[in-house]
Structures are given as C-alpha cells and as structure tokens.
Design a protein around this ligand. Structure first.
Ligand code: ROI
Length: 158
C-alpha cells in the first residue's frame, strides 16, 4: 500500500463543489481509499494571470494502483468533470496533480513525482502540511523547509 498525495484545484463552475465531487470520485477508485483531505483554500491565480480565483486542497490516498494507473484514474476524473485542455495554465473545472507517490522519485513523459512545481506553490505546501507536518521528501528535504522558502502567496482558508 502506497500513500500518495494529490493536489486539487478548480477555478470554474463552482470550484468548491468541483472539489467535493472529485473527493467522492477519489474515494470510489478501485484499490484506493481516501485517507484524508486538507481544508479548502482560496487563492488568486499564480503569476498574476487574468482568471478567476482558485479553490485548492490536498488529499491523501492509500492505494495499490501503480503510478501510471493512478494517473489514468485522476485524468479520468478530470475529464468526467468537464476538464478541457485548451491552453497550458488555462482556467479549469478540475485539476488533479499527483504530487507524491510514496517516497518514490519517478520521471517519464507523462508523470514526474514529486511534482516539479510543488516547492513554489503555497497552495500545495500549506494544505499538504495540514495532512503531513512531519513529511520528508524523497530527496531528503523537509516539508517545513520548503514552506519556509516558498515565495509568499495570498491564501485564504475557507
Ligand atoms: N493558481 C492557483 N492559485 N491555484 C492553482 O491550482 C493553479 N493552478 C494552475 C496555475 C494556472 C499555474 N495557477 C494556479 O495550473
């Protein structure tokens, strides 16, 4: 059994409801249980983009799905919730990013874990800290160190 962490984000079509629906879908995945979810947070789009604010959270999953099978499952949920991939970093109904898969470091065309951008994203690190304050990344860095070094961002706990 692997403990994986998934970052959830939405900024279209009732974002908080999108996240609730996604959590139910995660909990219904085969060979997977939803072990926990952080609070929901509201934040402006990163890098000052002209989009609606996001609602973000992080979920903990216990799974025996292999990494790419879990990725397929996450993309299936995104698609069923109306995700359309037009432009990179465009507004979206649902984004599910696998940020950690146990203590494994994986890199292939479809998937890199730990997620390449997590260290710069307070909207990932702060909810993750709620679930796993003592977490150490596969490369040995402490979550608390990443948090201390993360660029400041506006984030409201809902
Ligand atoms: N900004 C915030 N605040 N939250 C996100 O989930 C998010 N996701 C993205 C981009 C467009 C980079 N900005 C974001 O993909």
């Amino acid at each position: 059994m692997i403990r994986a962490f998934v970052a959830l984000g939405s900024n279209l079509d009732q974002p908080a409801q999108q996240l609730e629906q996604a959590l139910a879908a995660l909990n219904a995945l085969p060979n997977t249980t939803l072990a926990g979810c952080s609070s929901f947070y509201t934040s402006p789009p990163m890098a000052g983009m002209d989009q609606p604010d996001y609602v973000n959270a992080v979920a903990a999953l216990d799974t025996t799905l292999a990494p790419l099978a879990l990725l397929d499952a996450l993309q299936g949920i995104e698609t069923r919730q109306g995700r359309e991939r037009h432009t990179r970093w465009g507004a979206r109904t649902l984004d599910l990013d696998m940020i950690l898969y146990g203590d494994q470091q994986l890199s292939c065309e479809r998937l890199t874990v730990p997620h390449y951008g997590m260290a710069e994203r307070a909207f990932v690190l702060i909810p993750l800290f709620e679930l796993a304050p003592d977490l150490t990344l596969p490369d040995g860095r402490q979550l608390t160190t990443l948090l201390a070094q993360c660029p400041p961002q506006t984030l409201f706990r809902r």
